[in-house]
Design a protein around this ligand. Structure first.
Ligand SMILES: [Zn+2]
Ligand SMILES: [Zn+2]
Length: 461
């Protein structure tokens, strides 16, 4: 499954026969990949069932034959029309087994998606599609062009929620001022739309985007269709277009890498001049780019991905607008082998993120002088990723009158067996206490805890 790596360029010109032979000799057939993905995607079964494979073979086989994967979707938390719950329900009806929720500049919908996916046996990958701009340096008309970078995180989310959330907040604020500018421009063009109406379309917790303004234009009767709204007013450089306050794409890639995510360039076919950007993003740490579309692979981008040694991904980019040409959930078919390559790349990154969460936890308890600062630190970590009761990783604190302050870092119920083992080993190394519980569906939660004093002693001994 290492076809995306290594000596591609040297092998490029060798004949097809050789290639075919290599393929069949390599462990890593499509069927093997299908099984690997199915095995990864299913919920953790209770430890007893893990040994007795036959018991759930019916359900397991259903997974093996149909690993429909969608790595690019939107909900009402950005500019999608379905709530995360509705999106998951639709995914289920469309046979999707692995779903990445990648709202624009927010991960606020992930928690709801995971809770909904619980019922349907769908595996959710926490994701986000971050708005950026093509930085200076390429010259020509590409400077300042907007570009989207997808980030995919492990079951516990980003390792440094705080810096990710801080950057996303800035970008979201930029989206508000951008949408306001578009609304103002429409007013000058004598096609007024109501700001309150736009925000109504955005819904609670979301950030406005061009689709919201387009819909407001349609509902105000200024255009006949959403496409018309783009064509006439909102296209890049159009009379009502405004650019946002995005950060340069390289910085976004750094941010994703720094927070334990996999970075993928979204829809490169929308860019005026993708090649120099792809080169620079690869140097910044980019892992992948979208190269699959509902019409199949786009050879130009497949070649580009191979040239820069990037994984070739894809997803529907489903928004639920109901537009006639909209690609439905699960309709961009991603071969299991491709997703397998993705997992093989992602898993070490996600494991390292888990490890760094444990280390940060242990270190925060010894480096901070004041307990109140620690409480603040952990509370904000909680607030960013799991404002309510969450199955994702979160930090929280409880105070105990008798023994002083306890720190607790609770990890996702979605932990895989390997993640669980890794966490427990790291906790032991650092002298942290932990408890692990497995619920009826076989999913595990690990809680690290300890009084600061204990942790400090253990860390130094
Ligand atoms: Zn996009
Ligand atoms: Zn998108």
């Amino acid at each position: 499954m290492g076809s995306g790596n290594g000596s591609r360029n040297q092998n490029k010109n060798k004949n097809k026969k050789k290639k075919k032979k290599n393929k069949s000799a390599k462990p890593g057939s499509e069927q093997e990949a299908v099984e690997y993905v199915a095995n990864w995607a299913k919920f953790h079964r209770p430890p007893a069932a893990e040994e007795e494979e036959e018991e759930e073979e019916g359900a397991y086989n259903a997974c093996v034959t149909l690993p429909i994967i969608d790595l690019h979707t939107h909900s009402t938390f950005s500019d999608g029309m379905l709530t995360p719950t509705e999106l998951v329900e639709r995914s289920f009806r469309k046979g999707v087994k692995v779903l990445a929720l990648t709202d624009h500049d927010t991960m606020a919908g992930v928690e709801e998606a995971i809770a909904a996916a619980d019922k349907y046996g769908i595996r959710v990958i926490p994701g986000v599609e971050i708005s950026a701009k093509v930085g200076q340096g390429d010259g020509g008309d590409s400077d300042g062009e907007s570009v989207h970078i997808l980030a995919y995180y492990g079951c516990c989310g980003p390792s440094d929620c705080k810096s990710l959330e801080e950057s996303l907040r800035k970008i979201r604020e930029g989206r508000f001022s951008r949408a306001r500018t578009m609304v103002k421009k429409l007013q000058y063009l004598n096609k007024p739309v109501n700001w309150e109406h736009v925000m109504e379309l955005v819904g609670d917790g979301g950030a406005p985007g061009r689709p919201h303004v387009a819909r407001a234009l349609l509902e105000a009767g200024h255009v006949q269709s959403l496409q018309h709204a783009y064509k006439k007013y909102l296209h890049d450089g159009g009379p009502a277009y405004a650019s946002g306050d995005e950060i340069p794409a390289e910085e976004v890639v750094h941010l994703i890498c720094h927070t334990g995510g996999v970075a993928a360039l979204a829809h490169p076919w929308t860019l005026k001049n993708p090649r120099p950007l792809v080169r620079r993003l690869k140097a910044a740490g980019l892992h992948a780019m979208e190269a699959h579309k509902s019409s199949g692979k786009i050879s130009e981008f497949t070649q580009m991905a191979e040239e820069f040694n990037l994984l070739k991904l894809g997803g529907s980019d489903y928004h639920g607008t109901g537009a006639p040409n909209e690609v439905d959930l699960g309709k961009v078919l991603l071969p299991a082998k491709v997703f397998c390559e993705f997992l093989k790349l992602a898993q070490p990154i996600w494991s390292a993120a888990l490890k760094s969460m444990v280390h940060d936890y242990a270190n925060s308890s010894i480096s901070q002088q004041s307990a109140s600062m620690i409480i603040e630190e952990l509370s904000s970590h909680t607030a960013h990723f799991c404002s309510r009761k969450s199955s994702l990783s979160c930090g929280c604190v409880s105070t105990d009158k008798n023994s002083g302050i306890h720190g607790i870092l609770k990890f996702s119920q979605w932990l895989r067996k390997e993640d669980r083992e890794l966490l427990m080993a790291e906790a032991s190394n650092l002298g942290l206490k932990y408890s692990s519980s497995i619920d009826l569906s076989g999913r595990a939660t690990i809680v690290l805890f300890g009084t600061w004093q204990e942790v400090k002693v253990a860390h130094y001994s």
